[in-house]
Design a protein around this ligand. Sequence first.
Ligand code: FAD
Length: 226
Amino acid sequence: MQRARIVRIEEHHAAVRSFFLAPETMPEFKAGQFVAIALEEGGTERSYSIASRPGNAELELCISLKPDGYMSPALFAMQAGDSVFLSEPRGSFTLPDAQNEVCLICTGTGIAPFRSIILDALHHGDARKFYLISGNRQQSDALYHHEMQQLAAAHPNFQYLPALSREEVAGFAHGYVHPVYEAIFADGRDATFMVCGWTAMLSEARRRLKAMGYNRRQYHFEQYDG
Ligand SMILES: Cc1cc2nc3c(=O)[nH]c(=O)nc-3n(C[C@H](O)[C@H](O)[C@H](O)COP(=O)(O)OP(=O)(O)OC[C@H]3O[C@@H](n4cnc5c(N)ncnc54)[C@H](O)[C@@H]3O)c2cc1C
């Protein structure tokens, strides 16, 4: 592990903050990977997806507060200038090579690896069609909402589809994320699905994608708990 200084902290809303880290040596990583954080070298670790694009001067982690938890309350008590310990980038939740449509499905901070993937793909002129279906309870929870809207307006091959389960707001689908991709891919055409978030949403997505006729080579999951 290496020491990383917290350069700044930005609040998305009361329970979610972005932590911008300056490691001693910026690690090379692939969009979609995560790092583990420890408060002291060799200490208890928690994993966090990298939300920034490879090549940036800082690593951004987008972290939600679990008030009874171990790591997130400790991080939320930190300030710019404090340090944490950072693992090398880990994981294989990265964009597959298949040149088909890519459907990214997430809830809450599950958007973090997809932000990195989208920023990286659009930066490199990846011509695939990308859909980002991002679910939250209410509008104020929607992370990176304006940035994603702007990216979608600038890139015809990127469609941003936010959904809210507890509020009806113009510009958002009302309900869970699942009916959104079920409608887009109702014809069962070839696609890559990447799903990120907490267990209940992932289990439901797995069940529904299977029912739509998709197989394990076509869907990929990053589970935040369990
Ligand atoms: C690959 C990966 C990437 C991830 N990326 C992100 C990310 O980008 N952003 C993000 O916010 N999170 C992410 N996570 C989740 C993150 O790693 C932590 O799980 C999360 O921050 C909670 O950690 P904590 O130490 O604060 O809480 P924990 O101490 O782990 O507790 C979590 C919750 O479980 C409850 N709990 C704890 N112990 C028990 C118990 N014994 N019985 C019942 N309940 C218990 C606590 O009350 C709390 O509400 C990711 C996880 C993985 C695996």
